[in-house]
Design a protein around this ligand. Structure first.
Ligand code: ATP
Length: 312
């Protein structure tokens, strides 16, 4: 056991949520995952994970939706810490204190963000200094979105989403998110609905669209809006029709675009500038279609160490 005097100070890492600007689903692979082509953007809703040395492995969760997050070894942050420890030949136990701002089970990859944050925090705390490509490999073993949340910015995800390649993207985009629909939609349920709907059709190998890449190079939100696309949107709306109502209302209130984020149920609404985002948030709340509305801009950086420990 490390004495208090020798103990390294706890490390806090901040990781962002993601929105999928484009999500194309291809054929099922031999490993049971669908081939995906997605374009991720990291957005400014964050979870913070503080790693501290202790006698027993564990985690605690505070903040938004904390009661919906497991604190046993099914917690993705704890799984990530254990995977890094194993990869590096065994490390001292850590306690992870997670402060959540990212909606849970919302299609914004909050659990994956916590896993990415835990990897960066534990690597710094233990001084293991694992090379970036190895850290990405461990991240991919935890979940398809985790490597992107280490990376941040705007990037293409291929394979099952875990192979991340940066894209040339200009501009700053203003988003409004409506997460609080009746209950979360589990990713497996949405894929099951997709499989049922597409049974008997041949799915093409998915590829990023040239139109989206060109819109991102222009940095113009009104060029990006018409090319946002999500193959899972119809299935998410089929399972939770209220999502469709939010999309319609947002468009009625002047959104540039409104799409399902990942497998939903969060609706990601692209606004015309910062003021447009405020107006949309107010209108959606006032009309009663959205109980809870969040605003964020993107792109933002991936998991990074914070200089001081936030009071949890
Ligand atoms: P994705 O879009 O990657 O499928 P999501 O954003 O829809 O994910 P998450 O918030 O990542 O959903 O959580 C999905 C489930 O994972 C939750 O219902 C929860 O039980 C479990 N989970 C495990 N660890 C965490 C964590 N650290 N934070 C949130 N959920 C977690």
């Amino acid at each position: 056991m490390t004495s208090v005097l020798e103990s390294p100070a706890p490390v806090t890492v901040r990781a962002p949520a993601k929105v999928n600007l484009e999500l194309f689903v291809g054929p099922l692979r031999d490993d049971g995952f669908h081939a995906l082509s997605t374009v991720y953007q990291a957005v400014g809703l964050h979870d913070d994970v503080t790693a501290a040395l202790t006698d027993d492995w564990g985690c605690s969760v505070r903040g938004r939706d904390a009661d919906k997050v497991p604190t046993d070894e099914s917690n993705l942050a704890l799984r990530a810490a254990l995977a890094l420890s194993e990869h590096t030949g065994g490390q001292e136990p850590v306690h992870l204190s997670i402060h959540k701002e990212i909606p849970v089970a919302g299609g914004m990859a909050g659990g994956s963000a916590d896993a990415a944050a835990a990897l960066v925090a534990c690597d710094a705390l233990w001084g293991t200094d694992v090379p970036k490509d190895e850290l990405e490999g461990i991240a991919a073993g935890i979940g398809s979105d985790v490597p992107f949340l280490l990376h941040g910015g705007t990037a293409v995800g291929s394979g099952r989403g875990e192979v991340v390649t940066a894209v040339l993207a200009k501009g700053r985009y203003h988003w409004v998110f409506v997460p609080s629909l009746a209950s979360g939609l589990s990713t497996p349920r949405v894929y099951a609905a997709f499989d049922e709907r597409t049974a008997g059709t041949t799915l093409e190998e998915p590829q990023p669209s040239a139109a989206l890449m060109s819109a991102l190079r222009s940095g113009d939100a009104s060029a990006l809006a018409p090319v946002l696309d999500n193959d899972l949107q119809a299935d998410a709306i089929g399972l939770q029709p209220a999502i469709g109502e939010v999309i319609e209302s947002a468009m009625g209130f002047g959104a540039l675009a409104a799409i399902v984020s990942g497998s939903g149920p969060t609706v990601a609404i692209l606004a015309d500038g910062a003021e447009g985002a405020i107006d949309l948030a107010v209108a959606l709340t006032a009309c009663g279609v959205a109980g809870d509305v969040l605003r964020a801009t993107g792109p933002v950086q991936g998991a990074h160490i914070l200089p001081t420990v936030r009071q949890l």
